[in-house]
Structures are given as C-alpha cells and as structure tokens.
Design a protein around this ligand. Structure first.
Ligand code: HEM
Length: 382
C-alpha cells in the first residue's frame, strides 16, 4: 500500500478511488487543511457509517463527539478534557505500570506467548475497566464489543445472521454500561463515569443518549487502536535488534520510539469527513456532500514533510505525525495511549534480554480503519 499511496501523493493527491465514490486525501498538507476546517469538512461523514438502517436501535456512537461538529462537539468535549489531560492520566501511571509488570512476569513464566493477546489486549482492557468502572471480569468481552461497534458500517444489508449477532452484542454492551451508570449515580467513584455524571448534575448539558454515547465511544476508541499500537510496538522490538539495543541503553528514548511507531505504522489509518459546501482541496473542486477519507497512513509518510519517510528513525524531529489526528477532534485518549505504550515497552526492556519472533509472515487484523498484528507469537528471554 505504501508505494500505491506514494504514487497518489505524486500524481493524484485528492482523487476518487472509483467514479462516484469516496475521495482519498493522501498529502499531509491537504489532510491538515481538512482537519483544521470542520465547518467545511464535517464529521457528520462518520455518523452515516455508524448508523445503518438494519440496526433498528440507536448506535450510541452516533451521539458521540466523534461524529459531532461544533457547537455540540465543543460543549461535550470540554466535559472530559480534564480527565484525559496528561496530568489527569498521570494518576493512572502506577496502576498501568503494575499491570504491565504482572503481564510481563506472566509472559516470562510461559516463555512463548501470543503478544497481542497477552499484552496487546490485556493492558488496554484492564485500563479501560478501571477508567469506566466496569467489572474487570468483563474485560475479556471488550474486544468483542469493540469489534461489533466498528463492524456496523461494513456489514452487508443481506447478512441477517451477523446483523442479529451485532444487535445482541450492542444490547449486552448497553446493559453493562447502564448498570455502571446506575451504580455511579448512587455511589460516585474515581472514574470518568462519575466525572460525567457530576458534570451533568451541575450543568444539565448532557442527554442520556449523549452520556451513553460517550461511554461506548471511549470503550471502542480506547481499545481497538491501543491494541494495535501495543502489537506494533512488540513487532518492532522483536524485528529490530538495533532499536531494542538502543532503547535498552537509553530508556529516555522510549517516548520517541512510541511516536515513531505511530508515524511509521499509523494504527488508526484514516478518518472520514463530508463537505458542507462546494470547495477546493489540493487543486481539485469538490462538490457539496463529497465524502473524504483522510489517509493518515499516507500523510504520515509524505516525503515533503518527513525526510526518508519509509525509514524508522528514532532521531526524527520536526513536524508531528497525524497518528492521533489534528484539530478539534485530536484524540482525547492520546496521553493515555502514550502512557500505556511507554510503560509496556519500559517494563519489557527492564525484564527481558530479548524478544524473538517466530519466523514467518505477520498476520494482520482486517479491521477497516485500524491496523495491527492479529497474532504475534513471541519468545521472551529473561
Ligand atoms: C479520536 C487515534 C487511543 C479516545 C481519535 C482520532 C484519532 C485517534 C486519529 C481522530 C478521529 C477524527 O479526527 O475523526 C487513536 C490512536 C490511539 C487512540 C492511534 C491509540 C494508539 C485512544 C484512547 C482513547 C481514545 C486510549 C480513550 C480512552 C478518543 C476519542 C476521540 C478520539 C474520545 C474523539 C475525539 C473527538 O471527536 O473530539 N483517536 N486513539 N483514543 N480518540 Fe483516539
């Protein structure tokens, strides 16, 4: 795909993948322009993909900040900025670290593991349980919930069995989050649900649908991409002994390593926008209602912004990547995702002499807009 995107950036940076279809936005500069102008490039484009007719009930994500434009977006997003700010998530550091430590100890005891399952799925699931106040025993269900929510838009209209399954999963998810809301109404705790309930009690600016939408969005957005990021970090550490050695010698490089994985691999590959009026982008006229796929995966390898873009470079400085998006929808969870990835890598460096990958091609997951290894068999050496 990278050579395909390179030629698009050169020859047709804003182009329709098929006649009458979506527009791919592949250059960094154009991607930035789209993300900086939400009044012209609306996130309503994402809403259509979250609410297919067959669902027969409201997808809570359709009421979430991800698909809203200002002023609703601004009003709702301000309710969680504090909880998810860097100082806000720093409070979780010792919790995340002790989980990473027990996961690595367990992996070392077993020696050969699927890293995606052992670390990639487990660390974010436990973190989200704590954040949302969900019972940890439900954590193994999270992956299925997150997968279901992101599958709505790509399930064919005639796949009735799959649709029934997805409806049942959504009902189950709503049920558990409803219970958390009930519980926190009675006994507020130290979690994002209590923060939101308190904000509502004080200002009354959050409807029931919006509250549930928030929780489901956080669960989905906080899991799928973080699974991928952790898997990608594990893959890079196992496959690049030079990088492993440099990080071992200098742990202060770990945050740069995480940023470069985000740029190089773009676990969140793209997002969607829809034009609210006729406009121009990269020299191309777009009609009102054009659906755009902003390709982070391409923008993050744009040679006009990143020298030697196809090189994984720990010493890279300069322009920030778009792995977490940009502008008003910039990922709320970025500080948390960075914290989880940094701690997972730090603990691996502390406890292991090396990671060895079973030879063979990587099996990638098949999600629409996220990408990471589906399984990653590793041998951990103490
Ligand atoms: C938004 C990526 C982890 C919550 C976004 C966007 C991107 C992104 C690209 C912007 C979407 C757009 O502009 O349409 C990622 C990546 C992650 C990650 C790559 C991990 C490696 C998390 C975590 C959470 C989270 C851990 C929460 C705990 C959100 C939310 C939004 C968002 C709530 C919507 C923000 C808004 O619309 O204002 N994320 N994310 N993300 N992310 Fe993340």
């Amino acid at each position: 795909p990278h050579s395909f995107y390179s030629s698009l950036r050169r020859e047709a940076p804003v182009s329709q993948v098929e006649p009458g279809g979506m527009w791919a936005v592949t250059r960094y500069e154009d991607a930035l322009h789209v993300l900086k102008n939400p009044q012209i490039f609306s996130s309503e484009g994402l809403r259509a993909a979250t609410q297919p007719a067959w669902l027969g009930q409201r997808n809570p994500v359709s009421d979430s900040i991800l698909v809203l434009d200002p002023p609703d977006h601004t009003r709702l997003r301000s309710l969680i900025t504090r909880t998810f700010s860097a100082p806000g998530v720093a409070r979780l550091e010792s919790f995340v670290r002790s989980n990473a430590e027990s996961i690595v100890a367990d992996m070392l005891a077993r020696r050969r593991v699927d890293f995606v399952e052992s670390m990639g799925l487990t660390l974010p699931s436990r973190t989200m349980s704590a954040l949302l106040g969900l019972d940890t025993s439900l954590a193994p269900r999270f992956k299925g919930w997150a997968d279901a929510i992101v599958s709505f838009g790509i399930t064919p209209p005639d796949a009735t069995e799959r649709q029934a399954e997805l409806r049942a999963t959504l009902t189950e998810l709503k049920h558990h989050l409803g219970q958390v809301l009930e519980l926190r109404r009675r006994e507020p705790g130290n979690d994002v649900v209590s923060d939101l309930l308190q904000a509502r009690a004080q200002g009354g600016v959050l409807s029931d649908d919006e509250l549930l939408g928030f929780l489901v969005l956080l669960l989905v957005a906080g899991l799928e991409t973080t699974y991928d990021l952790l898997g990608l970090c594990g893959l890079m550490l196992a496959d690049q002994p030079d990088i492993w050695a440099r990080l071992k010698a200098d742990r202060t490089l770990v945050p740069k390593f995480v940023e470069e994985v985000l740029r190089f691999e773009s676990p969140s590959q793209s997002t969607m926008r829809i034009t609210t009026q006729e406009t121009e982008l990269g020299g191309v006229r777009l009609p009102k209602g054009a659906v755009l796929m902003v390709q982070f995966v391409s923008a993050n390898r744009d040679e006009s912004v990143f020298p030697n873009p196809h090189r994984f470079d720990l010493d890279r400085t300069g322009t920030p990547h778009l792995g977490f998006g940009h502008g008003i929808h910039f990922c709320v969870g970025a500080p948390l995702a960075r914290l989880e990835a940094r701690l997972a890598v730090e603990v691996l460096l502390e406890r292991c002499s090396k990671l060895v990958r079973e030879p063979g091609p990587v099996q990638w997951n098949v999600a629409v807009t996220t990408r990471g290894p589906a399984v990653l068999p590793l041998e951990l050496h103490p």
